[in-house]
Design a protein around this ligand. Structure first.
Ligand code: SAJ
Length: 407
């Protein structure tokens, strides 16, 4: 039996996927409300094909509990935030999960850490904890790092098809865990050591952050000298070895905007491109605010309450708002005392989370003269006509209406 600890964006789909492929699974989370929701037969976030997978897993016997289970395999999938100041990982959730496992697990149990961690985290935080509790690693407890790679919006497909990395101290244990993941994963599963697996995961997300930063920097350069960044990227990408990403209002989500900081925090002075990229991407929400200011001025607009932000999530067609550029913009505006004046709408966010949030697209559009497209949800892509007559700032390059402004 596998006990999956942490039933969030990664733990839940992973637990469901294993269960629906014949593995006996119990999902554990300390959040009683979340466990109650799952036990009532409902999923806790929106994701393509997740409900279908949930039904299959329930039929296959998955159960959910707030209690840790006595079993031989644990998969830990808890948050790994970083400390705002030091930029180093805050491993407290991993530590408390491992501590709870150690209280009940039998001799020879395998603890698989799925959460993304900074390189060296298992050495620095997890191994000492296991030793302090009187266990011998490699005999009483086996440690494995199996970082996830799935992208919100396409999680089910990617869980099934992506290649994976498994880091273990011991080849045999690595192969055993590989076999477990092979129950559902059709991709290549590489077995390596723990440190390499930790570093590989962070390096992957940093690669993307740097590439997005390049697109964002180009957007700023082109804006300053009146060039069309989208046309330039489109043409440059015709080169067989060039693939520039798209500029946008910033980088959100809990991975790409977080993981590179681990390298900056741990290798100050060495992580230079990485730090520059982080700074560029973090500067984008402010850059969009400046664009709004300039465009309002150009159009003789003075009333910020007639400006509407479309989109609160960090990217299209997900309901995840973590580190979203829109929230970063609102934060920044609050400092200038105008944050609670703009109107805000997102079809995926039905609860009120910010002031002046609206819950109907038509009402939202009626209440504003200028729309800032911050997220390219399918809803707005399919309703572009409704924006006609508005002043539009499109930060995602999804609107072709004449006169549209871009970043
Ligand atoms: N973005 C741009 N321009 C682009 C692409 C993305 O501005 O050209 C923005 C998005 O709008 C978003 C942010 O970047 O705000 C990140 O979005 P994303 O879709 O690129 O990535 P995530 O955070 O949803 O998922 C990533 C994935 N990592 C990589 O692509 C290397 C996923 O595979 C990981 O599993 C996930 O992070 C994770 O959990 O680490």
């Amino acid at each position: 039996m596998v006990n999956v600890i942490g039933l969030g964006y990664i733990g839940l789909p992973t637990a469901l996927m294993m269960a629906s492929h014949g593995v006996k699974v119990v999902g554990t989370d300390y959040n009683e409300e979340l466990v109650a929701t799952l036990n009532a037969g409902k999923t806790t976030f929106k994701e393509d094909r997740l409900d279908e997978l949930f039904q299959k897993a329930v039929q296959s016997g998955i159960t959910f509990s707030t209690e840790y289970q006595v079993t031989d395999t644990y998969i830990v999938s808890v948050p790994t935030p970083y400390d705002e100041e030091s930029k180093k990982i805050d491993a407290k959730y991993i530590e408390s999960a491992v501590q709870s496992i150690l209280k009940i697990c039998p001799k020879g149990a395998v603890i698989v850490i799925e959460s993304t961690v900074s390189p060296g985290t298992l050495d620095k935080y997890v191994r000492p904890l296991i030793k302090e509790n009187g266990f011998i690693i490699g005999e009483d407890i086996h440690l494995v790092h199996a970082p996830e790679r799935i992208i919100p919006g396409n999680m089910v497909y990617e869980l099934l098809n992506n290649n994976r990395t498994i880091g273990a101290d011991n080849k045999e244990i690595g192969e055993k865990i590989k076999e477990l993941y092979s129950s559902f994963c059709k991709g290549d599963i590489v077995v390596t050591d723990i440190r390499t697996a930790e570093m590989t995961k962070v390096v992957e997300n940093t690669f993307r952050d740097i590439n997005i930063a390049y697109a964002n920097e180009l957007a700023k350069i082109c804006r300053s000298d009146n060039m069309d960044v989208y046309e330039i990227i489109r043409i440059a990408n015709k080169h067989p070895r060039v693939n520039i990403l798209q500029p946008g209002p910033g980088v959100g989500g809990h991975c790409i905007s977080v993981d590179p900081w681990f390298l900056v925090g741990d290798y100050p002075g060495l992580a230079n491109i990485i730090l520059a990229a982080r700074k560029i991407n973090d500067s984008m929400p402010e850059f969009v605010l400046e664009r709004i200011h300039d465009i309002m001025k150009e159009n003789g607009m003075t009333d910020i309450s007639r400006v509407g932000f479309y989109g609160l999530t960090y990217k299209e067609d997900v309901d995840d708002m973590r580190e979203s550029p829109t929230l970063q913009m609102l934060d920044s505006m609050e400092k200038h005392l105008c944050g609670n004046l703009v109107k805000i709408y997102d079809p995926f966010i039905t609860k009120d989370v910010v002031p002046n949030q609206m819950h109907d697209l038509d009402e939202f559009l009626n209440a504003v003269d200028m729309v800032v497209l911050l997220v390219g949800h399918s809803e707005i892509r399919n309703n572009m006509d409704k924006l006609k007559g508005k002043v539009i700032l499109d930060t995602r390059n999804i609107c072709n209406i004449e006169g549209v402004y871009r970043i």
